[in-house]
Write a protein that binds this ligand. Structure first.
Ligand SMILES: [Zn+2]
Ligand SMILES: [Zn+2]
Length: 246
């Protein structure tokens, strides 16, 4: 049903203004206030949900309010605060679940993550498709490109929608970057992902992070202190993505 193909060589997609027919709702959920994104195409009635971390009833209510049928559940990475609602949402909608292969070990360790953070783990459900760099997923206005952005986790990805939005998970925040003191993290890889992948996008591209407010690629190039000082040897701090002030 879904046309998933891997493109070997992707030319830069053009920047367009926000599509009039695309609905985007953001809800911060759960103890870490992780952002859940609900994207809907008003013309086709189809929807994509990114990182259903918790509070699935609220997600279902939004889908119902817009008369949207959920087709895809896209996961930026395998941390508990981004995946806890996957099973309930999949069972309620029949949507397919996508995660990068290199974060499967984290996904399978959700009970360990739960005890580390002192929270309760929900049951998991099988991943339907492994994400790969350059893969294109979805239909019409909701078609997006997968950008592998490792560092915060080995299998962290960003989802780029050619109408000018990128969902960066816990890789890039407004004025912050993802923490790299967790399982399989790498600060060097994180910085390379931001500078060599995300910062190649148009400056006007809107950035929707996994926690906290939105920003743009251009604003982060100018203002993000963790990225500006890369290479100077001055900054070695990582931010706690669970802290909203980041
Ligand atoms: Zn995370
Ligand atoms: Zn997170």
């Amino acid at each position: 049903m879904y046309d998933v193909r891997v493109l070997q060589y992707l030319s830069a997609m053009p920047y367009n203004t926000f599509m009039a027919s695309v609905i985007l709702e953001t809800i911060p959920v759960g103890p870490f206030q992780s952002n859940v994104f609900i994207l809907g195409d008003e013309e086709t009635g189809k929807a994509v949900v990114i990182d259903p971390g918790d509070e699935v009833s609220r997600i279902l209510e939004i889908l119902k309010r817009h008369s949207l049928a959920l087709e895809l559940i896209l996961l930026t990475h395998g941390h508990i605060d981004h995946v806890s609602g996957v099973k309930e949402l999949k069972e309620a909608t029949g949507a397919k679940v996508f995660l990068h292969r290199e974060d499967i070990f984290l996904y399978e360790q959700v009970p360990t993550q739960a005890s580390f953070f002192g929270i309760t783990a929900n049951d998991l459900v099988k991943i339907d498709t492994y994400l790969e760099d350059g893969m294109e997923i979805g239909e019409g206005d909701l078609r997006c490109r997968v950008i592998h952005t490792p560092g915060h986790t080995p299998g962290s990805v960003s989802f780029y929608f050619p109408f000018g939005i990128v969902f960066t998970g816990d890789t890039l925040f407004r004025w912050g970057v993802g923490r790299t003191d967790l399982w399989g993290s790498s600060h060097e890889e994180l910085m390379a992902s931001i500078k060599e992948r995300l910062f190649q996008l148009d400056n006007k591209t809107k950035v929707y992070p996994g926690h906290g407010p939105e920003t743009t690629i251009g604003a982060e190039k100018r203002n993000n202190p963790y990225v500006k000082n890369v290479g100077s040897g001055v900054m070695s701090i990582t931010l706690d993505p669970m802290n909203e002030e980041n």
